[in-house]
Each structure stands twice: as structure tokens, then as C-alpha cells.
Design a protein around this ligand. Structure first.
Ligand SMILES: Nc1ncnc2c1ncn2[C@@H]1O[C@H](COP(=O)(O)OP(=O)(O)OP(=O)(O)O)[C@@H](O)[C@H]1O
Ligand SMILES: [Mg+2]
Length: 392
């Protein structure tokens, strides 16, 4: 269980400067991944976008900054003439290889200003920037144009992993922000488990969100990846990371894992600072944190807290994950969020739980999203996952 073993990239030795399709063919030929026709078709679309981006010339900054230029551009979206495609929205079931393909595209892209970011993190940053702008410009009218300018200046290619809309504040900000980004010629590639038409479905205020869905569909090619299987489940699992059920035996295993991962360093409480608040970490040692499930998921913590944990700690020990019922949908939502962040940053997880991941939250609000969590938890139990380096 060595968490500092070097990562062997699946792309190492692959051809460079030729785009994602030759890279995909190479890793298949090398038998590092299984050939999958649906993935191959998706990579062809990514290759086409890659080729287009070689000679990509976004709208001139000057033209869009001038008052008259802006006025002329301000057409209602519905009347926008034969609108330009600004990228690809890759959607599909869990573990189909969406993030892998997007990363191949991103790694091979030669666009100098490009950024790959988890969508949660992007939204948090956007809200923080709006907040800061309002502080600096009291009484200022509209934070969206300067925010879009800044984002477009930083990156003309944005790759979003895990595109999803969870709350109304995101929904409100996104509609205008994306319109402004597309107007500035920003290219977006996104992965998601949800087709655009189902985003934010069943949530209060969804009607106000519909124009954004229209914007997304107009500017992004939606590609459904119907790959053959959840590839996370192909790999053998170890049985020393997920201990069922909680109790003295599991606790002793988690104690031992904590000591091994932290190389017997002294355990102390720590504090993380998250957006002006303090997040207590009851037990921490040498980059490893230990929490009980209620400490992390039964309190009012959010994406920012989980992100801070995921970037700060290379391993997390989590005691006593219970069976979750429909009444526990808030705990389930937080747990989904926690695991998304841990997985995204390759944080190693050792847990005790009332059941295997697939049986933890069978029904209730968000049970569908939990399928991704279960798939991730299965991958997080593999040796291959343990060999990955922590991403801070
Ligand atoms: N063709 C393949 N052969 C073998 N392994 C694969 C293949 N495609 C993907 N994988 C592996 O399966 C795992 C899941 O892939 P990935 O993370 O890209 O899925 P995803 O579609 O983004 O899932 P999610 O919706 O949960 O984010 C990764 O470890 C990836 O390397
Ligand atoms: Mg993914």
C-alpha cells in the first residue's frame, strides 16, 4: 500500500503532435486499454476538433471590447445566425472512458492557453471571482462580462470534467457566463453523466435554466458515448481498503492502515482554512486524515471543504459509512461530492462500511448519481489506483 509509487502514464511512449486519434490507436495496439468502437468513434470527433483548433483564431479581443462591437453582437440567442460550434459535450454512463478520452484530447492539444478543470472547482472559482469583483466594484452593474473576459484571457480551450448543475446559484450564473464565453470564442469540451435536456431536471427554478440548455445545445456537439462497459469494474480489487461491516475488526484494520500510510507519524488534530472558515480535521498524520462518516457527511460541509481535504491529504481513512436510506439524501449528496473530489485528486481511501459500494444507497434522491460514486469506489480499491500519484 505504497501511496508514493510513481505513476506510469497510460500515454507514455504515445506519438506526439498528431492529435488524440493516433494516441488512442497506439494505447489500444499496446494493449494498455481494450479496443472499443464507441470510444473510437468519439475520438474521431475529438480529432476533428483537435484539427480545427490548430488554426483556431478566436474573435479579436478589441472588437468585442468596444462598446459598438458589443452592441452589435448583442443579438438574442434565438436569432443568432447559423451559430458556430464551440466544442463537444461528451455524455454517457459511468466508467465509459469519457474523462480518459477528454484527457487524451487535452494532453495532445497544442493550444497554448488551455485549462482542464473539474466542473465543481470551476464553479467555485467563478462564484469567488464574482464575489471579489462585487467587493472591488461596489455598485458596479454586471460582473459577468469582466469575469468572462478574464476566463477567456486565461484559456481559450476549457475542458470540464463532470459537468453537472446542482444548485440554483450555479444555474443562474452559468446561463449568462457561458453565453459570454462562447461569444468570446472559447472552446469547451465537457464530460457529463447527464444529457443537456436532463440537467437540473426536477429542481425548483428549472424553467429559468432552460435558455442555458438551449445555449449549450446550440454551441456544443452532444456526443453520447455508448461504450461497452464500466471499465472501472474490469480491474481486480484488493480487499484491504473497504471493510464490511464496521465494528472492532474493521476498526483495527483502519488503525493499522492509518499507521502504515502515515509511517507511524504522530497523530494530531489539524485545521484547514476554507473560504474564511475553519474546517477541523480531528486526526491527521503525515498527509493522512481520519474522519468518521458523520464528521464528514452529516455536517453542513460542501464542495469547497471536500476539495480542501482532497488537495491537502494524500489519503483519507473513513470510519463507519452506514447504509443510506431516502431520508439520508443529504448525507448521500455530500458523500457523492466527497468521493468525486477524492477520486479526482487520486486521494487513497480506506473505509469501513455497512455494505459494498453498490448496495450503500440503492434508492432515494440522487441514487442515480450514486452509481458513479459506486463505480469510482470500486476503482479506488484497485492496485492501479493506489499506484497513481496524488494530484494537489
Ligand atoms: N477501453 C478501455 N479499456 C480499459 N480501460 C479503460 C477503457 N476506457 C476507459 N478505461 C479505464 O476505465 C476507468 C474509467 O474511465 P473514465 O474515468 O474515463 O470514465 P468516465 O466515463 O469518465 O466515468 P464517470 O462518468 O464516472 O466520470 C479509467 O481508469 C480508464 O482508464
Ligand atoms: Mg469521468
Amino acid at each position: 500500500m505504497d501511496v508514493s509509487a510513481p505513476e506510469q502514464s497510460v500515454l507514455s511512449g504515445a506519438p506526439t503532435g498528431v492529435g488524440p486519434l493516433p494516441v488512442y490507436r497506439y494505447v489500444v495496439a499496446e494493449k494498455r486499454i481494450v479496443a472499443d468502437p464507441a470510444q473510437a468513434a468519439a475520438v474521431e470527433r475529438l480529432q476533428a476538433l483537435w484539427t480545427k483548433l490548430r488554426h483556431y483564431d478566436p474573435p479579436a479581443r478589441l472588437a468585442r471590447k468596444s462598446l459598438i462591437g458589443r452592441f452589435l453582437r448583442r443579438k438574442p440567442v434565438d436569432e443568432a445566425p447559423g451559430s458556430e460550434i464551440n466544442g463537444l459535450y461528451l455524455v454517457g454512463e459511468v466508467g465509459r472512458g469519457k474523462s480518459m478520452l477528454m484527457d487524451m484530447f487535452f494532453e495532445t492539444s497544442d493550444v497554448p492557453r488551455r485549462r482542464r478543470i473539474h466542473f465543481h472547482a470551476f464553479m467555485q472559482e467563478a462564484h469567488a471571482r464574482v464575489f471579489a469583483w462585487k467587493q472591488a466594484n461596489p455598485g458596479g452593474d454586471d460582473p459577468i462580462p469582466p469575469l468572462a473576459d478574464r476566463i477567456a484571457d486565461e484559456a481559450i480551450l476549457l475542458c470540464f470534467d463532470e459537468f453537472q448543475i446542482n444548485d440554483i446559484a450555479d444555474a443562474i450564473l452559468l446561463g449568462r457566463l457561458f453565453e459570454a464565453l462562447f461569444e468570446r470564442g472559447v472552446i469547451v469540451v465537457a464530460t457529463s453523466n447527464t444529457v443537456p435536456d436532463d440537467l437540473f431536471r426536477g429542481q425548483p427554478g428549472r424553467d429559468a435554466f432552460l435558455p442555458f440548455i438551449a445555449v449549450l445545445k446550440r454551441h456544443l456537439d452532444v456526443l453520447v458515448l455508448e461504450a461497452q462497459q464500466d471499465y472501472r469494474r474490469l480491474r481486480p480489487n484488493t480487499d484491504d481498503t473497504w471493510h464490511v461491516p464496521p465494528g472492532p475488526q474493521s476498526r483495527a484494520k483502519l488503525d493499522a492502515a492509518f499507521a502504515e500510510l502515515s509511517r507511524n507519524a504522530t497523530v494530531k488534530p489539524e485545521q484547514l482554512h476554507v473560504m474564511g472558515r475553519v474546517l477541523p480535521v480531528p486526526q491527521a498524520a503525515a498527509g493522512v486524515a481520519r474522519f468518521s462518516f458523520p464528521e464528514l457527511c452529516a455536517r453542513n460541509l460542501g464542495a469547497g471543504d471536500y476539495l480542501a481535504i482532497a488537495t491537502h491529504f494524500q489519503a483519507v481513512i473513513l470510519d463507519d459509512i452506514p447504509l443510506l436510506t431516502p431520508d439520508n439524501h443529504n448525507e448521500a449528496r455530500r458523500f457523492i461530492n466527497l468521493i468525486d473530489n477524492l477520486y479526482d485528486h487520486r486521494v487513497k481511501l480506506i473505509a469501513s462500511a455497512a455494505a459494498m459500494p453498490d448496495q450503500l444507497y440503492p434508492t432515494g434522491d440522487g441514487a442515480k448519481a450514486f452509481e458513479r460514486t459506486a463505480s469510482r469506489l470500486m476503482e479506488m480499491r484497485t492496485e492501479a489506483y493506489f499506484a497513481l500519484a496524488h494530484l494537489t
